[in-house]
Design a protein. Sequence first.
Length: 380
Amino acid sequence: MLIGVPKEIKNHEYRIGLTPASVRELTERGHQVIVETQGGAGIGFDDEAYVAAGAKIIETPEEIFATADMIVKVKEPQPHECRQLREGQLLFTYLHLAADPEQAKLLAESGASCVAYETVTDAVNGLPLLAPMSEVAGRLSVQAGAYHLQKAQGGMGALLGGVPGVAPAKVLVIGGGVVGTQAAMMAVGLGAEVTLLDRSLPRLRQLDTEFAGRVKCVYSSSESIESYALEADLVIGAVLIPGAAAPKLLTRDLISRMKQGSVVVDVAIDQGGCFETSVATTHQDPTYVVDGVIHYCVANMPGAVARTSTMALTNATLPFVIALADQGVEKAVATNPHLLAGLNIYQGKVTCEAVAQALNLDYVHPAAALPQTVQAAMAS
Ligand SMILES: NC(=O)C1=CN([C@@H]2O[C@H](COP(=O)(O)OP(=O)(O)OC[C@H]3O[C@@H](n4cnc5c(N)ncnc54)[C@H](O)[C@@H]3O)[C@@H](O)[C@H]2O)C=CC1
Ligand SMILES: CC(=O)C(=O)O
Ligand SMILES: [Mg+2]
């Protein structure tokens, strides 16, 4: 298969879909890989490293989109990238379609098969291609929050850990999955007073044991969200209903009653955000203020530490890239239900139920969208 890797074009996005090490794995299996010139240069993967791994360097993204059988990216394609996709082509990247009707429309119109990293599943109810970036974003969320609590950044001037004689700041983490757990761990490490809310009792039990009393693990309800948010210096939004738009858990009214100079970090912004006042921001201009509360809503937080993130992401995506390249999309998803869960758009049809629901579009079960011959093979 001819695999194409264009340079990422979102604001301050230096990650890349394949490292030279992952290119080598693919070329050793007989695949061809084309990489846009300077695609990994921002994080120390220069063109020579890709050539040494067996890739060919291509001058323009247009040539990559025009020739590759599979496009491997990191962030969701931007509108002019979507328009270059074509029928029969395979796109493998983050999509976050529930919050992005325009992208969903363009991808459906392209006729391409689009597999979203964030809805690929695993055998233990996890999201293995979201998890590494959630680990990064969870850890970063506390760094971002701590920074913006500083007076010169517009914050109230609080130090997360306090000092002897002065109480630590209060951190509220809403959602105790991968992002929330990593955020709580970092906040504990910095000495903050941490409360974590989740709606899953098994998850709360597990975290209560793991944090051994160092984090208050509380059931998430409108009441608990309100009472802890009003006391908080930093709130981190880390909820997810896979594939779906994030529920709005902090209302505008509640935000208006929070402490002046407090900070909210909405990590769930890529699924539309879990605070009513959240609007996606960029690394270049990451924050804005609503009613005295600083909002940090960067939709590609891991891009800030792009070298670590690229390696963590490609460690997880490579086995799936190999499966897709070796078998082609139809056979790969037909033989792996976890990859099938990643199929969001197939030849114009929306094949992820949560996305279809969020965007009020017709849903076709992914297995039913595949060609008859593949369906027959799946049934036997
Ligand atoms: N902004 C960025 O750069 C990045 C954003 N993300 C996003 O962060 C979000 C969280 O991701 P993960 O931690 O990997 O998801 P996860 O699935 O591991 O955890 C989500 C948690 O939210 C909980 N939850 C659901 N509804 C809730 C509610 N009403 N109240 C409290 N908890 C609730 C679930 O029980 C689950 O424990 C996702 O939207 C993900 O796409 C992830 C990486 C980077
Ligand atoms: C998950 C995601 O949106 C990111 O890594 O940018
Ligand atoms: Mg600003």
